[in-house]
Write a protein that binds this ligand. Sequence first.
Ligand code: 5AD
Ligand code: SF4
Length: 348
Amino acid sequence: MIKSILSRAVQSHKLEEEEIILLLTAEGKDKERLFEKADFIREKYLENKVFLRGIIEFSNYCRRNCFYCGLRRDNKNLIRYRLKAEEIIEMAVQGVMLGYKTIVLQSGEDDFYDGDIIAWIIKKIKEKADTAITLCLGERDYYEYKLWKESGADRYLLKHETSNRTLYHKIHPGMKYEERITRLKWLKDLGYQIGSGNIIGLPGQDIKDLARDILLFKELDVHMVGIGPFISHYQTPFASSKNGSIDLTLKTIAITRLLMPRVHLPATTALGTLDPSGRKKALLAGGNVIMPNITAAEYRSLYEIYPGKISTDEKNTHCPNSITKLIKSLDREVGIDYGHSPKGNNFA
Ligand code: 5AD
Ligand code: SF4
């Protein structure tokens, strides 16, 4: 049964919801076969390159109150910080000198930075350094997204987190599922390469929701999908909930690879946080991207979306470190170009 589902997925890159559910519940030999097929598709379409994206977490202020996240506005026990525009630009330029060809600018939803200042930061980075820029700044106005695209931004990450509307509304007070999806469509229409993603093991989520998440990634035809396990944070309403499953996360990554052969799939930090070999396992189950944190050391521990978030010696790509060693040990190589989406929407 699983074998025939897998061989059809490898050929057509299409599956029904029920078939995805069967793969998500695969165990033993069947599970290994799923990972092998995902690895096969990854190699067939994307060869052996692993792309690195250097992340700068420039502000941990957030106006939102997501039930799972340590940066939520009601968490009064967190020391908040904001980097100045010049510091962000400097950090980005340094990141490019360290070898990154994509810089990700990430923050909580922080209106302190208006549309114009973000546009200025993007322009300055592009003037000073040869890099692609990904933004991950949450929900903003159409005209801000448009301005940032015109200022040189290449990509935008906005995870839909869960496709279960009822659950989405319960855990994201004041937010609307439809507005999230509308924004992903705007961003795509504006010419961004877009990234979505979900959290595996959210309290109240079931296996059907995960199958629908995968079908939604495909329907939205996103360029990148960030899939990570839920990690319980002690200063949130989900303090006593249990963490998401590594295995289920890996299976979700693998099925997404089968259905979206050219999509970028990061081996997420959340996976590496829950399991020391989590990122390796993800690279062997369809993953092809790693996003090391290049924020200055003094701010790292304050960007605590979940506890224990790893940030290691992974900054400099020119000399061997844990990430480049991992990539080599798997007989892969670090991608040396921008790593734009090979799906061919906007870029050569
Ligand atoms: N566990 C796992 N992922 C989390 N995120 C936020 N909090 C958690 C958590 N407790 C993820 C969300 C968000 C990204 C910035 O971090 O998916 O999009
Ligand atoms: Fe803010 Fe993002 Fe955390 Fe939600 S997940 S509280 S929007 S930083």
